[in-house]
Design a protein around this ligand. Structure first.
Ligand SMILES: [Zn+2]
Length: 304
């Protein structure tokens, strides 16, 4: 179809009339509070550097736990010791539990530690701050609505390498949790990890190792909500907190905007993060979860 002349004017009128209505419907359907999430980022950044095993890390953990308890969310802290190139460090994962009608678990996770730097003060507004903040608001919303599956929301400690990224110097918190759950045969049915999703200039590519059916659902949801400009079709491979679960055979997806010039620099500050970006990712996740639940139920019911 090619619009010209009068047809174009009609199309413009229709668009002018219809677009606000469509936007209203979207707002009604998806209710993630991006401004509230940005306030959490601000509070975390105010703490300063929040490296695993540091006093700032302890304060960040306390902030997250307090915010969840205030919202009436059941939360537990899982402390552990991690052997790092800088010696044995005390770390702790935080897990919020949001019971559904079924006991099977969908895990939504991200990290709350910031990378340790000797040379400069790293406050990690986007890297560490955005995922921690998004998950607090997500937990609040999931507590308010009914769902079939039980959700665990996890804030992993020690995602960052102390020195260079290696299999033993990285992902301390997620390796710990996946290992414990694997041993006790209580692995989640699916895992979704968010990392660095607060960038003002948001562009999330499909992560290459992630389970295709999960990214398909998430990207289709983004298209439905009008966020094609933020959920891009190209892919890239990133190892992150989803990896330890994938190695144990759990379907998983990573949402990350790795095109972030201030990454691991003193420039990863609050002004780089926007409420709008947090809201887009929050809304896409909230909208995608019922579809993901449906797919998991179909897999289960069709298993021989
Ligand atoms: Zn990082």
């Amino acid at each position: 179809m090619k619009l010209e002349g009068a047809g174009l004017a009609l199309a413009a009128m229709l668009l002018a009339g219809l677009a606000p209505l469509a936007a209203q419907e979207r707002r009604a359907a998806a209710t993630f509070d991006g401004a509230a999430a940005l306030r959490h980022v601000e509070r975390l950044v105010t703490i300063g550097p929040r490296a695993a095993g540091s006093a700032g890390g302890v304060r960040a953990r306390q902030y997250i736990v307090d915010a969840l308890r205030t919202a009436g969310v059941t939360v537990r802290v899982e402390p552990f010791d991690a052997d790092t190139p800088h010696g044995r460090l005390p770390m702790a994962n935080i897990v919020a539990v949001l019971p559904g009608r079924r006991p099977e678990v969908i895990l939504i996770a991200g990290h709350y530690d910031t990378k340790w730097f000797r040379e400069f003060k790293f406050v990690g507004a986007n890297d560490g701050g955005s995922s921690a903040a998004l998950l607090i608001e997500l937990a609040r919303r999931l507590r308010e609505r009914s769902h079939e599956y039980t959700y665990w929301i996890a804030w992993f400690d020690g995602e960052e390498a102390r020195e260079a990224w290696t299999p033993v110097d990285s992902l301390y918190g997620s390796r710990r949790m996946a290992g414990e759950l694997g041993k006790s045969r209580r692995l989640p049915r699916a895992v979704i990890v968010a990392d660095m999703i607060g960038d003002r200039d948001l562009g999330i590519r499909r992560e290459a190792a992630s389970s295709r059916w999960l990214t398909d659902i998430i990207w289709a949801t983004a298209t439905r909500l009008g966020h094609d400009a933020q959920f891009l079709p190209k892919s890239l491979a990133v190892e992150d907190d989803h990896a330890p679960f994938m190695r144990l055979g759990v379907p998983a997806a990573l949402l990350i905007d790795f095109d972030f010039p201030p990454w691991h620099t003193a420039e990863d500050t609050l002004d780089k993060v926007s409420a709008r970006s947090l809201e887009i990712v929050g809304n896409v996740l909230l909208e995608a979860l019922p579809t993901i639940e449906g797919a998991l139920t179909r897999f289960r019911d069709t298993r021989p």
